[in-house]
Design a protein around this ligand. Structure first.
Ligand code: NAD
Ligand code: MLT
Length: 509
């Protein structure tokens, strides 16, 4: 697949040295490290690169992605991809991948550190010592033992926080709309409705992504339902706890303290929360450990090497169906999908509406989604757009084509069928060569190879005339198949002018 060719990678944030070393030694990739580029500098540099690796400082905007004419992949060495315009990357056919597990432990440990710091005001007390004070009365704390911790978001980090804080004998309750209660019960978290959570918690920590549904998850209304003096922690993303509501709750005493690693604006220009005496704030340090940075740097480099070598697609956030497409066995099927799409494009004057992709045979059971993308590439070949497996179904949709896929158990033969109103194509592999078996009513007696240059037309043909045109053009007839109204000829070199052959279509596959 063309988009896997990655020769030059730009690393635009500060990353562990292992990242560049792995790319270079295992992927034979030339790496340029340029942390701290301005947006304009990045836009002017990016057209020279096939890959870009970032942490959270680089903003990979639509302007950057549009300027990135040869970019195939954006690697985010970390979890959140909110600094990457993922929709724009998809439109531009660029894979976005992250390393979702590499820094979970570090972020969980920091969260636990903030809970402990809040319970005993450790940073405030340490700072007063440095000012020469000995304030034993002022820094009276409270034990965590027996207190209730509410965890909103029980994915990777939420779970790690739960199991750690249970060792302090905290009761852990929580909420997650996706992870089932029986799963969280296995790691000691009882799931309750949010309405039940607010009133029970002494501490609440958020570990969700920032989504429209999680923005302001802890807001004025939520604070008003909490125990007076509740303490809150945000090591996820700024804005999950509404910052203005938090300030009001701190001022009124409804909130007794907050530990914040993240802010809606980073660094925050509005200092009200940072300067508040009950707030312990950090400059987004969740992933800032040697271990997490080494892990994320190594993981993103290895994922890109796997992509280059065509071994696997790991961690893609905008092309999940493609992760199944990366094995040597699937490549010829992708070629067949593209070829059938191309044949359809040449046979039908206008393509719109539903295009149904049907797979048969056990080995194609989970291949429908990426084979849909492959067929769509063939259908869209005349467009100016940079179409590939990442964006083809999206573009097809934009021009009124709905790609659908299904797996049929009616036949045990391994085949790929593409149907639209009026035309049905069936293809299969002969070895690893994509072949056509059927067009509409025409069943070919032996499979028709869909590679190289192929002439295709509806109806019988005048063979002497075909041979004459080919010989005048210096091309040879290599294969010829005709059945039930369609003819297909494989030829050795493309014709500069196929018009003497009438309605014949020349396709290069
Ligand atoms: P994850 O995907 O494993 O877990 C997130 C969970 O949130 C999911 O289980 C999801 O179902 C749940 N969720 C979604 N909407 C919800 C809602 N409305 N209410 C409750 N739960 C909801 O993610 P993760 O790896 O655990 O990361 C969690 C957060 O931490 C992310 O925002 C990530 O970007 C952030 N993070 C921050 C740092 C840091 O440096 N501070 C480091 C790593 C990750
Ligand atoms: C992440 O999402 O991985 C963290 O916020 C850490 C980081 O940005 O480096």
């Amino acid at each position: 697949m063309a988009f896997c060719e990655i020769r030059r990678v730009l690393i635009s944030d500060s990353l562990a040295p292992a990242c560049a070393q792995i790319l270079h030694s295992q992927g034979d990739i030339e790496v340029t490290e340029c942390p701290g580029l301005t947006p304009q500098e990045l836009i002017s540099k990016i057209p020279d690169y096939d890959g870009l690796i970032v942490r959270s400082a680089t903003k990979v905007s639509s302007d950057v992605l549009t300027a990135a004419t040869r970019l195939k992949v954006v690697g985010r060495a970390g979890t959140g991809v909110d600094n990457v315009d993922v929709d724009s990357a998809t439109k531009n056919g660029i894979i976005v991948m992250n390393t979702p597990t590499g820094n979970s432990i570090s972020a969980a440990e920091l969260t636990c550190g903030l809970i402990l710091s809040l319970s005993r005001q450790i940073p405030q007390a340490a700072s007063s010592m440095k000012q020469g004070k000995w304030d034993r009365k002022k820094y009276m704390g409270s034990e965590l033992h027996g207190k209730t911790l509410g965890i909103l978001g029980l994915g990777r980090i939420g779970k790690e926080v739960a199991v750690r804080m249970q060792s302090f004998q905290m009761r852990t309750i929580g909420y997650d709309p996706v992870i089932p209660p029986e799963v969280t019960a296995e790691f000691g978290v009882e799931q309750l409705l949010l309405e039940e959570i607010w009133e029970q918690c002494d501490y609440i920590t958020v570990h969700t992504p920032l989504l429209p549904s999680t923005t302001g998850l802890i807001n004025d209304a939520a604070f008003s339902k909490c125990k007076r003096g509740v303490q809150v922690i945000n090591c996820a993303r700024g804005g999950i706890i509404d910052e203005s509501a938090l300030l009001r709750a701190l001022e009124s005493g409804q909130c007794g303290g907050a530990g914040l690693d993240v802010f809606t604006e980073e660094p925050p220009r509005d200092r009200a929360l940072v300067d508040h005496p009950l707030v312990i704030s950090l400059p987004h340090l969740g992933a800032s450990t040697h271990e997490a940075q080494n892990r994320c740097g190594e993981e993103i480099a290895l994922q890109i090497v796997d992509l280059v070598k065509g071994r696997a697609l790991v961690g893609a956030v905008n092309a999940p169906s493609l992760s199944k497409a990366f094995s040597p066995q699937t490549k010829p099927w992708i070629k067949l999908g593209e070829a059938l799409g191309t044949v359809l494009f040449h046979l039908l004057p206008k393509i719109s509406g539903e295009i149904r992709v049907t797979t048969t045979g056990d080995s194609l059971k989970n291949s429908g989604s990426f084979l849909c993308s492959a067929v769509a590439i063939g259908l869209l070949q005349s467009t100016e757009m940079k179409v590939n497996l990442v964006n083809s179904c999206l573009f097809a949709n934009e021009v009124g084509i709905q790609m659908t896929s299904q797996h049929s158990v009616e036949s045990v033969e391994t085949r790929l069928e593409v149907s639209t109103e009026g035309l049905h194509l069936v293809g299969a592999l002969s070895g690893s060569t994509p072949c056509l078996i059927q067009i509409g009513p025409s069943h070919f007696r032996s499979p028709v190879s869909l590679s190289g240059t192929v002439l295709l037309w509806a109806g019988e043909t005048n063979i002497p005339k075909l041979l004459g045109v080919l010989s005048a053009a210096g091309s040879n007839l290599q294969t010829f198949h005709s059945s039930g109204g369609y003819s297909v000829a494989g030829i050795s070199a493309p014709l500069s002018d196929p018009s003497p052959l009438g309605s014949c279509r020349q396709i290069t596959l």
